[in-house]
Every structure is written in structure tokens, then in C-alpha cells.
Design a protein around this ligand. Structure first.
Ligand code: GLA
Length: 393
């Protein structure tokens, strides 16, 4: 899906279409987007549903083949000497810092049986790092595309997403789900990506808030988000324990939020209630977007679901943070249709759905709320549902 192949809209597509032909290229530039998630948080590793969309911001990998079996990695966000690693010496833990992401992708491609060449790779990104907008997945996806196309390999996008996730899980050591890499590699412009994380079936759902007079505002709360802190892994373990006690392979198998009440432990009960109810909210948003012509009334309902999801993330999953709560409350009082924290939690960004005419007031109110609390001024991004990764030069 380089953007050229026809893909049926609002129909399941497999994601198995090969990325590119089998002609190796000697050099090029590949860009992969970050994502915001409309609905379905911490549902991916529970084999539930997610509904992310790609941002127009992302990471570019400018890459050229090298014949010496080495990766020579530079990043515009980490000036200094390039990091040089030999492909045949790659193993989990062998590379640290930002270079572990591109190195991990090369390692995971090799583990999946795809032989890739050495390469000089220059990375640059306009995604704020640590903002919970999947800068890691964008980096992984841009490098995954670069290396496979330099090698002349035709690897399906869905497989590439799995490979990039494996880099993150096993090479970097962060137990994330499949959402972020899938969003970066499979989203389409003007659509949200409905991904069933159990079957990996994907459906492109038309998503055009602008046509209904609404805008998507991403607020970077500047509280840095990191998945390596342990809380993400703890939530994952709690969900697994809840599923075990409820007798299902994972919480995504449950559709009735009342099932959570069968859990004796109040913490596990809250965790399960979040996952089951967020999964239901994904289905509700998709149904709303599929209504004949989603207009302002539909977006008001989607906004209400966003706000409800925030309460669930704050009170049941307990992964929100003060800047996010203030952003959500302030956005709502200044005229937003709804808002919620997005991503792994404990820092990062809020997504607000805002009537276009209320955007300046919402931005000003959030900026003022942060100023009053002496917090670092928030960052604002206007989000437009955008296309997935592609070769750009
Ligand atoms: C991070 C992870 C994803 C997903 C979200 C929470 O972004 O990388 O796999 O679990 O958190 O929805």
C-alpha cells in the first residue's frame, strides 16, 4: 500500500499486499507517520479493537546501501558521532539509546528470515519525542521500509508491522502491542484504521471531521511519556491476570462490561472494566462514523465518547496524569466536543475534538490553565488523518 494500490474503503483488507517490488534500490528516503488514537487504549495487547489514525507528522529515513555489512546511523535529534554497528553482531541489548530502534528493526528482519544489506541511515523527525505520538513506531517503520526496499524484498505491510513490534518487544525490551506500528504502516489518508488485534483484520473507516466542521487538536502536555517505566508492563500483567480469573484467553474476548464484576479484586475489576468498555467504545465510534453522512450531531456523540473514555482511563485504568486531566477539563469547558488522553499513559498527549470555530478559544484556555499552574507551555498540533509510510525520494 504505497498509496498507489486501490484499497476498498470501509472493507476489510488483509494488509498482506507486498510493500514494493523486488528490485533493490541503492538509495532513497522513506517517511513514516506518527499516530493519534481515536479510540481503544490498552486494548491492543488484550486482543481487542483499536482505531488509530496517522498524523501528518513523522520520521524520515534517508538511506543508502553499504557493502560492508554495517549500519551507520545518524539522527537529527541526537547530534554527534554516528553510531556504527555490524549487522552480524546484533543481539538484544547490544545497542542502546535511539540507535537501538533502527538496529532492532534490522535484527528483527533477520530473525524473520529477511536478509538486509548494510546501510547508512540518516534519521530526521518532526514528531515531538516523548509526546505519546508513536515516534518510536515511526522510526521503526521508516527504517523497516528503507531496509526492505534497499534489499529488494517484497514484505507485506502487516508482516512489517509485526517485525517492527518484535524489535520493540525483544530488542528494546518494551512489551507494547501492535497498534502503533500498524498505524504507521497501514493507515490511509482520510480514514481511521479499525484493527482487530486478535485476527489482525484491518478495515479502513472513512474519517473526515473537517467535513462536519470539526477539528482534531492534539495537545502535547509536555509531561514526558516513556513506556520503559514499568507501569505499562504492570497494567499488561494485571489484564492477563484478570483474563485468567475470568476464564478467557484475553480480555478482548469479553463484550459485556458487567463481566468485570465477577472479579473479586477491585483493582483487576477496574482494569477489566476499562478494557471491555473501551472496546465497546471503538465499536460505537465505528458505527457512528459509518452513519449515512456523519455530520455535527455524529461528531458530538463521538466527542462524548472521547470524554467518557478519558474518565475510564483516569479512574479505572489509572494511567492519566495531572496535565492531561486539566487539558481535558479545560478543553471541554472552552467548547470542545470531547477530549481524552491518548497512548500508553503517564505523560504524552491529549486528543480533543473541537468545533473549528472554537479552536482558538480552546487553545487559549489550555495555555492559560498551564500558565496558572506554572507548567511548561503545552504544544498544539492540528491533526489530519493522513497516509501511512511511503518512499518519498
Ligand atoms: C503504547 C503502545 C501500544 C498501545 C498503547 C496504549 O502506545 O505502544 O501498543 O498499547 O500504548 O493503547
Amino acid at each position: 500500500m504505497s498509496g498507489d494500490e486501490p484499497v476498498s474503503k470501509d472493507e476489510p483488507v488483509s494488509g498482506d499486499e507486498p510493500v514494493s517490488g523486488d528490485e533493490p534500490v541503492s538509495a532513497g528516503a522513506w517517511r513514516a507517520p506518527g499516530r493519534a488514537n481515536l479510540m481503544g487504549e490498552h486494548t491492543d495487547y488484550n486482543e481487542g479493537l483499536v482505531l488509530p489514525f496517522a498524523l501528518q507528522y513523522g520520521t524520515t529515513a534517508i538511506a543508502a546501501r553499504r557493502d560492508d555489512g554495517k549500519l551507520v546511523l545518524r539522527s537529527g535529534q541526537a547530534p554527534g558521532e554516528p553510531v556504527t554497528v555490524a549487522l552480524d553482531s546484533l543481539a538484544p541489548g547490544s545497542v542502546t539509546g535511539w540507535a537501538a530502534y533502527p538496529a532492532g528493526v534490522a535484527w528483527a528482519l533477520g530473525e524473520a528470515g529477511h536478509e538486509v544489506p548494510g546501510a547508512a541511515i540518516d534519521i530526521d523527525s518532526d514528531l515531538p519525542e516523548g509526546a505519546g505520538l508513536s515516534s518510536s513506531a515511526a522510526l521503526e517503520s521508516s527504517v523497516a521500509l528503507a531496509l526492505t526496499e534497499l534489499a529488494g524484498l517484497a514484505v507485506a505491510r502487516r508482516e512489517l508491522a509485526t517485525i517492527a513490534r518484535r524489535a520493540e518487544n525483544e530488542f528494546i525490551g518494551v512489551p507494547t502491542g501492535i497498534m502503533d506500528q500498524s498505524a504507521s504502516l497501514l493507515c490511509e489518508a482520510g480514514h481511521a484504521l479499525l484493527l482487530d488485534c486478535r485476527t489482525l483484520e484491518i478495515t479502513q473507516v472513512p474519517f473526515d471531521p473537517a467535513a462536519a466542521g470539526a477539528a482534531l487538536l492534539v495537545v502535547n502536555t509536555r509531561a514526558k511519556h516513556a513506556l520503559t517505566g514499568g507501569e505499562y508492563g504492570r497494567r499488561r500483567a494485571e489484564c492477563e491476570e484478570a483474563a485468567r480469573q475470568l476464564g478467557v484467553p484475553s480480555l478482548g474476548y469479553l463484550t459485556n462490561a458487567g463481566d468485570a464484576d465477577r472479579l473479586a479484586d477491585p483493582v483487576l475489576r477496574r482494569r477489566a472494566r476499562h478494557v471491555i468498555s473501551d472496546d465497546a467504545r471503538v465499536r460505537a465510534v465505528v458505527n457512528l462514523l459509518r452513519s449515512a453522512s456523519p455530520g455535527p450531531a455524529v461528531y458530538r456523540e463521538i466527542g462524548a465518547l472521547l470524554s467518557r473514555a478519558h474518565l475510564s482511563l483516569r479512574d479505572d485504568f489509572e494511567i492519566s496524569w495531572p496535565e492531561a486531566d486539566v487539558t481535558v477539563e479545560t478543553a471541554e469547558s472552552a467548547g470542545a466536543l470531547g477530549a481524552r488522553m491518548i497512548g500508553g499513559g503517564f505523560g504524552g498527549s491529549v486528543l480533543a475534538l473541537v468545533p473549528a470555530e472554537a479552536l482558538p478559544a480552546v487553545r487559549a484556555a489550555i495555555t492559560e490553565a498551564f500558565r496558572l499552574r506554572s507548567w511548561t507551555a503545552p504544544g498544539f498540533l492540528d491533526a489530519i488523518p493522513s497516509a501511512s509510510a511511503a518512499r518519498v525520494a
